[in-house]
Ligand binder design. Structure first.
Ligand SMILES: Cc1ncc(COP(=O)(O)O)c(C=O)c1O
Length: 393
């Protein structure tokens, strides 16, 4: 890619990498001969502008208390305006320890034990885990699969509500399907929330990972009338591969909602990590934007290799992505059970990919493969899958 290298990989094994160092414990696939493709982070290094700010901080070697968030807030506001057409005020931004934490905080602040939270599945599995861990109840509303595409079925969703729901955790773009929601769909979700008196937490962490020809629109832009019920969660972590820095944001225009979250953050003595703040500030810049654009060209190229190889295996289909680097592969055409699919992918192909059922209803028969790696590694994954399912040829 012009000026940037996404194909030279550093060995991440034994480097405190969850992707590689947890795969054996979680999936029984040894990093010695296996491929780590289950979690949403990248194998290639972050943008040079992010690396440089960490080097400068190391040279400075003073890591005392951090003050003055202005640059950080300005950088976020610049990014949202220039990349996503969304004008925000600096004081709408509340910083959390990443987005998993942001979602958990929303559950904590805006619901009580026993209350229910709506999710549209298949969706990022941690939403359900965070809801149940906090003693709340999941109201699972399956998306409708129409061919290769997921669509909303709000009539069905309405019939599933119990009356105990307090809010929706919405995922846009959607993990794991990579679906980019249209403005009409976003408005339909906002109307659904309003009709049912629900807050709307829109997790937009994958918003930069959008393929050519697709347009991501933030919920706040698509449905401005949802302002008094909307909480947007964003982070630079997926785009720039800095998830380990645990720096995310809740962007809340409504003063009452923002005040409620700010009070909780104060009571917990939440203070953001100074190095994470510097990295995000460096990422949300013109240099960071150039790197992010180059990354999308790389991802577009590797996903084509992946799709072509996987789709040549009878009964297996890589669903076309509109966004994200998460290959979402449907094995149901093989007629195999989830246990057999897992056994072939994990034990025969030796690929630690994420099992579809963990993403909730609609994930049966599918698996998720992280493609944010080199061309060579994606090609290797394809040939392992071809061999593991060779008897179907
Ligand atoms: C939709 C979504 N939200 C939140 C997260 C977690 O974000 P963080 O690593 O910042 O906690 C992920 C990670 O994959 C994700 O896909």
């Amino acid at each position: 890619m012009p000026g940037f290298d996404f194909d030279t990989l550093t060995d991440r094994r034994g480097t405190h990498s969850s992707q590689w160092d947890n795969m054996e414990t979680l999936f029984g696939v040894s990093p010695k001969d296996g491929l780590g493709m289950w979690t949403a982070d990248s194998d290639y290094a972050t943008a040079p502008c992010v690396r440089d700010v960490v080097r400068a901080a190391a040279d400075h070697s003073l890591f005392g208390y951090f003050a003055d968030y202005r640059d950080y807030h300005d950088a976020i506001a610049w990014w949202m305006r220039t990349r996503h057409g969304w004008t925000i005020e600096n004081d709408w931004i509340l910083t959390t320890q990443g987005l998993g934490n942001a979602v958990a905080l929303c559950i904590d602040v805006w619901s009580q034990p026993g209350d229910a939270v709506v999710i549209f599945t298949p969706v990022y599995h941690e939403f359900a885990r965070k809801i149940t861990t906090a003693g709340r109840v999941v109201t699972e509303c399956p998306l409708a699969r129409v061919g290769d595409r997921y669509e909303l079925d709000l009539e069905d969703a309405q019939s599933r509500l119990t009356g105990n729901e307090k809010f929706i955790i919405w995922c846009s773009p959607q993990n794991p399907s990579g679906r980019i929601w249209t403005v009409a769909e976003l408005n339909a979700v906002a109307d659904f929330a309003a009709r049912n008196g629900l807050l709307l937490v829109s997790d937009e962490v994958h918003h930069d990972l959008v393929y050519r020809g697709q347009t991501f629109v933030p919920m706040a832009v698509a449905a401005p009338e949802a302002r008094d019920r909307l909480i947007t969660a964003t982070a630079a972590s997926k785009t720039f591969n800095i998830a380990g820095q645990k720096t995310g944001n809740l962007i809340i225009a409504d003063a009452r909602l923002r005040g409620e979250m700010a009070a909780r953050l104060r009571s917990l003595d939440y203070v953001a990590n100074g190095l994470g703040l510097r990295m995000v500030t460096a990422a949300y810049s013109a240099q960071g934007a150039a790197w992010a654009d180059a990354q999308m060209l790389h991802l577009d190229s590797v996903r084509q290799i992946f799709d072509a190889g996987v789709n040549a295996i009878p009964g297996v289909r890589s669903l076309p992505l509109q966004s994200t680097y998460l290959g979402w592969v449907d094995f149901s055409g093989t007629g195999m059970s989830d246990a057999e699919i897992l056994a072939r992918v994990h034990s025969v192909a030796r690929i630690a990919a994420a099992p579809g059922p963990q993403f909730g209803a609609g994930g049966e028969g599918l698996m998720r493969f992280t493609l944010a790696t080199s061309h060579a590694r994606v090609a290797e994954a394809v040939s392992r899958l071809e061999r593991a399912f060779a008897d179907l040829q």
